[in-house]
Design a protein around this ligand. Sequence first.
Ligand code: DGL
Length: 273
Amino acid sequence: MSGHTQQAPIGILDSGVGGLSVWRQIRALLPDEHLLYAADTAHIPYGNKPAGLVRQRVHALAEALVGEGAKALVVACNTATAAAVESLRERFAIPVVGMEPGIKPAILGSRNGVVGILATEAMVRSQRMAHLVQRYGPGKQVIIQPCPGLVEQVEQHALHSSETTRLLQNYLAPIIEQQADTLVLGCTHYPFLLEPIRHLTGPALQIIDTGPAVARRLHDLLAEQGLLNRAGQGGQARFFSTGEPSSQAALFSRLLGFAVQVEVLPSPNVRAG
Ligand code: DGL
């Protein structure tokens, strides 16, 4: 593979800021890669939309990232992966890494066989979720909790607001009552709520975020295909949003803990292939 391709950026996408929880893991594991991040803020949340619409939006974001030269795509959103990862792989010849709730590691790691999952409504009703539960759930107790409203709280950086606490109390109640010993964060926005979740569940619950596994998968795929950037010069990062760039820059910066600029994502009107 040519050095030119190796030095091309990786495109990461989500409906909003949730994928930044995956971005952090990718940046930690692959410090020399150039990263492009696209948030579809104008269409958030995906979790209450039909799969066809989500697929169309994800293809539009992917086209824009590939248009910026991406050598690989990371769908840093469980809901978008469920709706679009196969069609993205058909459309683009570059590696596409998706993500799904960590039900397998949760079941394998659970001592009492009771596992809770927090996810968006669309993810809960997706075929992907049904397959995961069919495959790993038999003989176990899997409590699947849709969480409308949580994504919006993260998008407002209302991580510790009374509304966020109220929503989390409601959504965690059945999981705590049934004494789950493991909790899966089935949406990339939820790692930003780790502290308030911990506050409600106590320290003993094992909490699974698949962000680190996605970063490792991306590394392995790039290595296999000779696509790792070995320039050793430290990767650059660019952030894009379909929302208003200055308010998004403030939000991104707060969540990441350092100041970033956000550019307007040219949003081509592309239909899912
Ligand atoms: N961050 C996305 C996920 O992982 C969902 C957010 C949304 O509903 O827009 O599922």
